[in-house]
Design a protein around this ligand. Sequence first.
Ligand code: M6R
Length: 617
Amino acid sequence: MCGIVGYVGANADERALNVVMEGLARLEYRGYDSAGVALVGGDRVVTAKKAGKLANLRDELGARPLSGSSTGIGHTRWATHGGPTDENAHPHRGGTDDKFALIHNGIIENFHALRGELAAEGVVFESETDTEVVAHLLARAFDGDLTRTMQRVVERLEGAFTLLAVHSDQPGVVVGARRNSPLVVGLGEGENFLGSDVAAFIGYTREAMELEQDQIVTITPEGATVINFDGSPAEGKRYHVDWDAAAAEKGGYDTFMEKEINEQPQAVGDTLLGRTDAEGRLTLDELRISEERLQDVSRIVFVACGTAAYAGMVAKYAIEHWTRIPVEVALAHEFRYCDPIIDERTLVVSISQSGETMDTLMAVKHARELGALTISICNTHGSTIPRESDAVLYTHAGPEIAVASTKAFLAQITASYVLGLYLTQLRGQTYADDAQEVLAELHGIPAKIEAVLGGMDRVREIARFMVDTRSVLFLGRNVGYPIAMEGALKLKELAYIHAEGFAAGELKHGPIALIEPGQPVFIVVPSPDTPHGLHGKVVSNIQEIRARGARTLVIAEEGDDSVQPFADEVIYVPSTSTMLAPLLTVVPLQVFALELSTGKGLDVDQPRNLAKSVTVE
Ligand code: M6R
């Protein structure tokens, strides 16, 4: 949700612009409604900005090159206040002179009041954005020291924001401020960087520094200084980024999504890595929560959004089964508003790839206020949600750039399983003895995902035949239900096709009315070994829709011939225990959505209207 880059170096040449543009290219997945840059040159700040994707800004810079500079900022936008126009694109200048520029990620909640106040003083606005209000406040308050000015202005702001500002009276300086919105510092030699995430500067340095909430950072070529909003000095936490620029590139694939789907075996394997001892028992010392505290947990609530929430739904089935602890899944944006029943024996587990999703962050904060123990399952080091939680269990999927989540989803499910199995191990309940067996089986999953990926030709063919399809339904039961929902979500966001995921048993209670001859329906069939005759029930559901003319696309376990008579297509995945099957059955659905989107000529990595991390509520 908006990408932000800042740079200061020692020389006034092309580097500042190149670094900023490269950073924007890496951050474009965060928003692509417009892009803009500002460079400090001589005694003024020059800007260029364009609605639409970064390519439009590149064309603009080609036609109207900016001169060399040592200091620059850049922004890629996901529109909130004001449409995706050139006028609303960042940077904003805050007045008529050309000495100042500001970029912003987040929402200034009191912007109406501030705008009214400024308008009464005669300020004329050029855009509809909340950002321009802050730009005017800063430009008007500037007293020769941008850091001090920022400190005074942020006091007046409500909401969530990352702000980066430059002023030509302080040419070698970029000042950033953050509240509830991401900002990390990149530490180079004779040059320093700011970014919404480390991808912004990963091509230049892997040394980074985290900022806390409500802090202001000032970067110069020599270093980075941090203060709190109240002016007191602060220390940022330094860390080394454990992936490099190559990980954030396409590596020979046509799209990031294709690359990320193919990285899934590694994402699962890496998420398991280093979490077991020589006896094959889980060790999660990294949580730094005492065993007694975890043993005392009486209820678990997952909070997450979108794909991450579906990972939570999968986890619910598995963790309840293994631990016999009641588990709920709440959409993070609903959690706070349904007056949740939480106490100190409740474990609230947030799941977030980005670690910045505002809805999830607010749910975590609320849970902590209510006394819950909070654990974050997260893919992004240095992000906000882990910092606001009692503990973190990182997924190790590596950077996920495509807006549609794939490898992070598998890593989230894996981490949730690890947590569930650890609780099982600690609490010595019904399935404690089985926990090690499940864990051993989990270690075999990456090879099985490889096998699924190796057999996707028919799925691609099916997708190519279906480019004109207007609606696809997805059915599943038990852990197959969230996979059906995820399959539908992937198709909606990538191919803009109406898609719905249902619990297969619910069909006869209404949605079966949607079935008409030729309606394509994917059905995720559980293993024939699943208890309580679930497999047979799903096979009956397939027959019910086939009898009404549906085109049935069945995902089943290798060797399950019983589905053949009722399936127009069967996609087989290797056999595994029921609870682990989602790690395999979702893969054909991801490939299907990717191929259909490609077949329709759509932008797979940057679907319309979306942004990778949703940092507004
Ligand atoms: O970064 P997060 O995991 O918190 O993001 C949550 C959702 O916004 C995200 O999973 C979204 O649904 C994806 N576009 C799904 O592909």
